[in-house]
Each structure stands twice: as C-alpha cells, then as structure tokens.
Design a protein around this ligand. Structure first.
Ligand code: CP
Length: 341
C-alpha cells in the first residue's frame, strides 16, 4: 500500500474499489468503528474550503480522533517549501520543520495547496505537496494540490457507483466557462479515476484548454488496461450525446499561467456555448446524472434548471466526501500510521 494518498494513480483499481466499499459501509452505518481513537490528524489549509475542511473535521471526529487545523500565514507561520533556500524573505518556517514537528503530534497530515497559476512547468510537478511528502514521516493526504484532488475523485467514483451500481458508464467531463482561470486538479483527478475505474470517458474542452500531456497519456494507459475508451473533443454538443454521467468543471489554460488576463480574453468566446443547460442535458440518457465538485457558479457553469433538477447529485457527491475520506483515514490507521511504507 502506498504511504500517502496523493493521487489515485498511486493506488490500484482493487485498492480504490476496497476504499469505495469501505466508504459505503460508513455511509450505511454498518461500520461505526473508531480507528482514530486517541489520535490527532493535522489539516493544513493554504487555501479556502467548505466541503474538504468540514468533511475532514467531522470525519476525524466520527472516527474518534482530533483534528488540528492550521492555515500557514494565518493561524500558523508562513511556510517555505523549496530546498536550499536562503530564507531572508517573507517565509518564517520551512516545511521540513513544520511536518517534522506535526509528525510528533499527529498520525497523518492533510494538506490543501492550490496551483498559483503562475508557472505551468513548475506547478505541474506539485512542488508544495511534494515537499510535504518528502519531509514527512507520517502519511500525507492530498486535500487538493496544484494537480490532483484524489479525495474528491474517490467520492465522485463512489457517487457514480451508488447511482448506477457496478459496470462501466459513459462519462463526460466537460469544461465550462468561468470568469477567471481555475486550477486543473479536479478535472485531472476525475478523468484519471474514471479511467482507472474502467468507465468510457469523453473529455470535452475548447481548443487551448488541453489537460497535461503526460496525464492524458496516463489516463489512456489506465483506460487501455481497463478495456475502456477515452475520447477528447472540442464539440460540446456532440459530447453530451448518450452520456450517462455529466461532470462539469472549469479550468485554466496552461498556455496562460502567469498571464490570467490573456486567459480571460481567450475564453470569452466560449461563454455562451459551454454552460451546462437543459438543451445539452436533453442529449444525454434519460437516467443521466449531473455532477460538480462544488462550489459552483449558478447560471455560469450550470443553469438553475439543471442543478435543481432530479438529475443533479451534487449534494450526494459532497456528502460522499465524508464517507470516502473516512475510508482513507481508516486504511491509513489500520496499516500503521507511522510505518505505512
Ligand atoms: N469540492 C471541494 O473540494 O470543495 P471545497 O473547496 O469547499 O473544499
């Protein structure tokens, strides 16, 4: 078993299936175990959150543990993550000591650290999350980094399983217009996990909004191994045809990391065509579902009529964050929190 929960790519399909089954046992009440009794988990937030923070805090409580929530630069010191840096700027503490100290108090560390959308080549390597994983002796749980949001993806896969049962589905990941460029972690992790779980995946986005090339190769490899398909298209209307799962998310173009004003200008022409509305949902199957990780801008990403319809599972999806993360925490606890390697 991997030491950390950084991306679903580190985990086999069988391990992900086991986590989903465990999450379902928590949700049904069959599992009411308290594997974190007497233990604390650190939750480090460089960025805002509703679902991740609340579901982790509640989940740790329900597992019998204690959550230590820290916000670098707010409720804790500003943090430097680069090795060998002369720290004569505005950073007070290095990740090396930060995780070293937390590891003496806490059984695992969750960290949220978004992409700054300034330098694509640097940020695609997930430098802050990688520093946490490199220096920590205890497991690191990715609560959304520059490139991945595995807790969200696990909850998403659980939600699809819950709505449709076992078997592959025709899953559409569709880009949507948003007034500003956003990080790619959610679409990356959703597409990756969908391929790992053997779903037939369509990724729809306008020209210029391609996902990371290496990640797309990885997605294709997982799909090949699972006997499923991956299709990438810029034809948004055609993409919705026959979809059973519609997953909407906006993301920024990697061409414009560092120049967000250019992205805002480039995406303007896609505003009308890329919203998820009833006309597009009418092209999907009768029992199709609409998913979004939330928060979502109503009538920008998705119309009121779609998100308020019976197809929308966004609240179930958010609830499943709680159960999925409890499954991850339980597995880490059972495998020996300090010696999980
Ligand atoms: N989906 C998600 O991660 O929500 P928050 O940003 O509110 O945590």
């Amino acid at each position: 078993m991997p030491k950390n929960f950084l991306t679903t790519a580190d985990w086999t399909r069988e391990q992900l299936e086991d986590l989903i089954a465990s999450a379902q046992r928590f949700k049904s009440g069959e599992d009411a175990s308290k594997p974190l009794a007497g233990k604390s988990i650190a939750l480090v937030f460089f960025n805002p959150s509703l679902r991740t923070r609340a579901s982790m805090q509640v989940g740790i409580y329900e597992l019998g543990g204690n959550a230590v929530v820290l916000e670098p630069g707010g409720t804790s010191w500003t943090l430097e993550h680069r090795a060998g840096t002369v720290m004569d700027g505005d950073k007070t503490e290095h990740v090396a000591e930060f995780v070293g100290v937390l590891g003496r108090y806490c059984a695992a560390i969750g960290v949220r650290t978004f992409a700054a959308l300034k330098n694509w080549e640097e940020e695609r390597r997930d430098p802050v999350l990688s520093a946490f994983a490199e220096y920590a002796d205890v497991p690191i749980i990715n609560l959304e980094s520059a490139m991945h949001h595995p807790c969200q993806a696990l909850a998403d896969m659980m939600t699809i399983r819950e709505k449709f049962g076992e078997g592959k589905k025709r899953v559409l990941l569709t880009w949507a217009w948003h007034p500003k460029p956003l990080p790619m972690a959610v679409p990356n992790s959703f597409a990756l996990a969908a391929a790992q779980m053997g779903h037939d995946l369509t990724i729809a986005h306008p020209p210029g909004y391609e996902l990371d090339d290496e990640l797309v190769r990885e997605i294709n490899t997982h799909a090949f191994d699972a006997g499923s398909t991956v299709r990438v298209t810029d034809d948004v209307n055609e993409a919705f045809k026959g979809a059973e799962v519609v997953y909407a998310k906006s993301w920024g173009s990697r061409r414009f990391y560092g120049t967000p004003e250019d992205d805002i200008e480039a995406r303007a022409e896609f505003r009308q065509d890329w919203i998820v509305d009833e006309a597009k949902m009418a092209r999907t199957t009768d029992d199709s579902i609409f998913m979004h990780c939330l928060p979502v801008r109503r009538n920008v990403i998705v119309t009121d009529r779609v998100i308020d319809s019976s197809s929308s599972v966004v609240i179930d999806e958010a609830e499943n964050r709680l159960h999925a993360q409890k499954a991850v925490l339980k597995l880490i606890a059972e495998c020996g929190l300090r010696n999980a390697e």
